[in-house]
Design a protein around this ligand. Structure first.
Ligand code: PEP
Ligand code: MG
Length: 602
């Protein structure tokens, strides 16, 4: 089922009240499904530290409270360090020495105590302010290593503040009961390591449909609402919540009637999903006989099993950055080979497109020193990072080449904006081949090589880029953000992030035209491919290979089996005459409503 109007609000709304159905807040629904469960707040949100004015006689106690929190933090860190030494070894445990030094930093401690005394404010507030000031100062330093210490400082500061507030750190990898996780934001590493059985939903203040938290939620099939902004403060730990990940609604402390009506909806949702499953293995073919190739995007090798058994499709995008997250050391060639090989073998005879590392933007890896850019999405990201770190890139290229003998593998370079980048990437690939040849190691000499078209410059230059590669994969998540200059992870400007914007349709049209003119194939792996309203446009534009989060496959197949290609082409003709995203969206809504009315909830 899809929402008829998924137009995003640019700020979350709160309506309803406690007397009727509870408090209803809206954000951006990014992973469909309804769940009812208990809220669990994780992570400390620096913006949520209360300022309290102290009476003069309270000051000494406040200083003592601060010192106790420091001591508790130190003890906890000692414990974490000891555990890390046991599990990871002494070398990796040393990173906690830096954390321990911070809680014992006398200059910092004195400054906080003095401010508590002089300004008579509570310890959390003063400590947070001092830390923020340190952070600002460090940001100016022209030294990557020092700037990278910012994350450590924030980490330690969060621990001290949690101790001051009497809160415990939540270990998301192990929960003892089902919970809906509430956070200001969740890092890719938080989401990747979550206890999948007990995390039944997420709600975050930040994020958007194509932020990585959202993509992970979909790939883990966990209902999620992001971008609820300040409304997050209304949710208390332990509150009962209803989360509707399709409509982007969270109801806090619902009354009996509301709870009951949502329970009914959950039941009909399950029945509807069953109905979709009955078509899961039928061919993906339009009513006028066009075959469409569907594939799945994956973040983790473990996802492959259920994709093969439920849908029997290939992997159109394997985002390898998740192998690099949550590791104390970068994965070596053998570890990468094992991960790629597992996917490639498990999905065989279908193929796997392995994308080289795409870190940066909103995907950070704590143990890799990526320069902290002022504007991360425009900075050292993806292929730019790999070309600047051939040591890391070559290991991945060798591992992918070696995996190519275990099934059908294609390689994909992300974030290409110039021909020089493609040439350099191909040179490294050639170098990796030569090394393997010299070592007598086998690989597939005919592995297809593709580039992602996700930067407008590449889209406009597609005819020049085509001769260098075998295929293009359209990364619309980034293409949209770069074309419209609208950060894909920022809920404030989510209204401007418009997949149906006529400029996007024109860009895609030119890319498809350039690919076919050079006899190359083109697929799409951005979230647009799994968005039912936009799929008729995508097909009408001539793209017949769509890769999406696995949860969308059943729905998209159902839609494609009900539409005709010639009608989709006609839709594109009309869309190309439109001036606004809203007009295009309306055309698409009418189209889908007509051919597959059951995709809309009543
Ligand atoms: C995209 O940009 O559309 C894409 C598929 O890549 P990612 O979301 O990983 O940036
Ligand atoms: Mg991208």
């Amino acid at each position: 089922m899809l929402s008829k109007s998924s137009s995003k609000t640019n700020s979350a709304r709160t309506d309803g009240n406690l007397q009727s159905e509870g408090v209803r807040v809206s954000g951006i629904g990014v992973s469909a499904g309804i769940v009812i469960g208990e809220a669990l707040h994780v992570g400390h949100d620096g913006s949520n530290v209360e300022e309290i004015v102290l009476a003069p006689e309270e000051v000494d106690d406040e200083v003592a409270r601060f010192q106790e929190a420091l001591k508790a933090s130190e003890e906890q860190l000692e414990e974490v360090r000891a555990r890390a030494a046991e599990v990871l070894g002494e070398k990796d445990a040393r990173i906690f020495d830096a954390h321990l030094m911070l809680v014992a930093d006398q200059v910092l401690i004195e400054e906080v105590i003095e401010t508590i005394r002089n300004e008579r404010r509570n310890a959390e507030f003063v400590f947070n302010q001092v830390i923020e000031r340190y952070g600002q100062a460090l940001k100016q330093v022209d030294d990557t290593y020092i700037r990278d210490r910012l994350a450590d400082i924030r980490d330690v500061a969060d621990r001290v503040i949690r101790n001051l507030k009497g809160e415990k750190a939540v270990d998301l990898t192990r929960l003892d009961a089902p919970k809906i996780v509430i956070a200001r934001d969740l890092s890719p590493s938080d989401t990747a390591s979550m206890d999948r059985e007990n995390v039944i939903g997420f709600v975050t203040a930040l994020g958007s449909r194509t932020s990585h938290t959202a993509i992970m939620a979909r790939s883990m099939n966990i209902p999620a609402v992001v971008g609820i902004m300040d409304a997050l403060d209304q949710i208390r730990n332990g509150d009962e919540l209803i989360l509707d990940g399709l409509k982007g609604v969270v109801i806090i402390r619902p009354d009996d009637e509301t709870r009951q009506s949502y329970k009914e909806r959950i039941k009909s949702q399950i029945e509807w999903l069953k109905k979709i499953e009955t078509e899961a293995t039928l061919p993906t073919e339009t009513t006028d006989g066009f075959r469409v190739q569907l594939a799945a995007n994956i973040e983790l090798p473990e996802e492959v099993e259920s994709i093969r058994s439920s849908y029997g499709v290939g992997i159109g995008l394997f985002r390898t950055e998740y192998l690099f997250i949550n590791q104390t050391e970068l994965p070596n060639e053998e570890q990468q080979l094992a991960a790629y090989r597992k996917v490639v073998e498990d999905i065989y005879p279908e193929s796997t497109i392995i994308r080289t590392l795409d870190i940066g933007g909103d995907k950070f890896i704590s143990n890799l020193r990526v320069p902290s850019d002022l504007n991360p999405f425009l900075g050292m990201r993806a292929i730019r990072f790999c070309l600047s770190r051939p040591d890391i890139f070559m290991i991945q290229l060798r591992a992918i080449l070696r995996a190519s003998t275990h099934g059908k593998v294609r390689i994909l370079f992300p974030m290409i904006s110039t021909i020089e980048e493609v040439q350099q990437a191909l040179d490294y690939l050639q170098q990796a081949r030569a090394e393997l040849d010299a070592e007598g190691i086998h690989y597939n000499r005919h592995m297809d090589v593709g580039i992602m078209i996700e930067v407008p410059a590449a889209a406009l230059l597609a005819d020049q880029l085509a001769p260098y590669v075998d295929f293009f994969s359209l990364g619309t998540n980034d293409l949209i953000q770069y074309a419209l200059a609208a950060d894909r992870a920022n809920p404030d400007i989510a209204y401007l992030y418009q997949p149906s914007h006529p400029s996007i349709i024109r860009l895609i049209k030119d890319v498809v035209h350039a690919a076919y003119a050079h006899g190359k194939w083109v697929s799409i792996c951005g979230e647009m491919a799994g968005e039912p309203l936009l799929v008729p446009l995508v097909l009408g534009l001539g793209i017949h290979e769509l890769s999406m989060g696995a949860v969308s496959i059943g729905l998209i197949k159902r839609l494609i089996r009900r539409m005709a290609m010639h009608e989709a082409e006609h839709l594109v003709e009309k869309a190309l005459d439109c001036g606004t995203a809203a007009e295009v969206r309306k055309l698409c809504e009418d189209f889908v409503q007509r051919v597959a009315p059951d995709l809309f909830p009543g």
